[in-house]
Design a protein around this ligand. Structure first.
Ligand code: NAD
Ligand code: GLY
Length: 369
């Protein structure tokens, strides 16, 4: 039997465990009951995940003496809208909640962000348990308390920091995840190696393909290592006043690409992150900060596993830069980038010359996709 790995997010009185391993969904009831919530729990999920896992989640809660009601939303980034969020909170209020009610977010990053934000604002804040079912959500979005929705002005512009009480990352749920979604999450896995852990990136070059196919042990190892890295960064900088911004490596580019494509399903968030990682290193190389060989190694690894490494065709550099100016990461009107001096040596810079950014984008946009 594969043991469950547990990582703690050390936030004083608000600390919480992240359990990682196969079969955790069946422990949901016992784990939630231990938090002593109001008897009725609200599960938020999407249609795809609900079909696969809602009945098991409900049964586990029931076995632990809890009842549940569920709200099932349409899948996809389009649900991270004010309209869907409004419907979600009104529905939850209609069902009746109290301060002790716990919301369970059962799904990927979209559900985690929506349910987490609902928990942050309902009755001025109720508890939330994250049960991430995508690789991206297990290694990133379910941990750390960033919640929110998109605006027509850009991604994740409306939201709140609201830490979960508990995270259950059941790695067996990844077996039903479409390959394309698994790969998209893998871009965020690679990100951790590139930020500050060159040895992890080297491990991924060796073991990443197994983690993405039938290598259960490699997959669990990868998820647990990413969760540990994220927990460490969040515990040191919960509100992104410093080092947490490193987790945005590649994301200034990624969010601009996604917004410019109007969050179309043709480019998943994690795919945009893969392209963003390549662009962040290309910019670092162009600025003379990073050895070209490191940029090439990253591009090679991402392409080898099947991730996109160049922006989709038809995008204009000026429009992308306009999008970047609307991003949350602008400080005093200056764009902030995560750059790198090499693999595992990321740092934050708000001093990127406009001509270098333009040239890096022009170069990437000129490459046939
Ligand atoms: P997602 O939630 O849209 O899930 C991807 C697809 O997989 C959906 O169609 C979903 O229904 C389906 N799915 C989920 N689990 C499944 C399973 N086990 N089996 C079969 N199908 C399954 O996308 P995502 O990639 O998980 O999350 C992307 C979102 O996360 C973006 O909105 C992004 O902004 C957000 N995000 C947030 C943070 C944060 O810190 N809050 C960090 C990174 C990303
Ligand atoms: N996904 C970036 C963060 O949580 O800070």
């Amino acid at each position: 039997m594969i043991p469950i790995r547990t990582v703690e997010v050390a936030l004083g009185a608000r600390r919480y465990p992240v359990h990682v391993g196969p079969g955790l969904l069946d422990r949901l009831g016992a784990e939630v009951a231990a938090l002593k919530p109001a008897r009725r729990v609200v599960i938020v999920s999407d249609e795809n995940v609900a079909k696969l896992y809602l009945a098991r989640a409900e049964a586990s809660l029931k076995a632990a003496g809890l009842t549940s009601t569920s709200v099932v939303l349409p899948p996809g980034e389009g649900s991270k809208s004010l309209a869907t969020f409004g419907r979600l909170v009104e529905t939850i209020l209609e069902r009746g909640i109290e301060r002790g009610t716990l919301l369970v977010a059962l799904g990927g990053g979209v559900i985690g962000d929506l349910a987490g934000f609902a928990a942050a604002v309902l009755l001025r804040g109720i508890g939330c348990v994250q049960v991430p079912t995508t690789l991206l959500a297990q290694v990133d979005s379910a941990v750390g308390g960033k919640t929110g929705i998109d605006s027509r002005h850009g991604k994740n512009l409306i939201g709140a920091f609201h830490q979960p009480r508990l995270v259950l990352a059941d790695t067996a749920t990844l077996e039903t995840l479409p390959r394309r979604e698994l790969l998209a999450g893998y871009a965020e896995v690679v990100k951790y190696g590139l930020i500050d852990d060159a040895a992890f990136f080297a491990w991924l070059e060796e073991n990443g393909p197994a983690a993405l196919s039938d290598g259960e042990a490699a997959r669990i190892q990868a998820v647990a290592q990413c969760v540990a890295a994220k927990a460490r960064i969040v515990a040191g900088d919960e509100r992104e006043q410093g080092a947490r911004a490193l987790l945005n490596l590649g994301h200034t580019f990624a969010h601009a690409l996604e917004a410019e494509l109007e969050f179309a399903a043709s480019l998943l968030h994690g795919e945009a992150v893969a392209i963003g990682l390549v662009l962040a290193f290309a910019l670092s190389v162009r600025l003379g900060l990073c050895p070209p060989a490191d940029g090439e190694r990253i591009r090679r690894h991402l392409a080898r596993v099947g991730l996109p490494v160049t922006p989709p065709p038809g995008l204009a550099r000026t429009k992308l830069i306009e999008r970047m100016r609307l991003d949350k990461k602008v400080a005093d009107g200056k764009l902030r980038f995560v750059l790198a001096r090499g693999i595992g040596q990321a740092f934050i810079s708000d001093a990127v010359p406009a001509d270098a950014l333009a040239a890096a984008l022009d170069e990437a946009l000129a490459v046939p996709a």
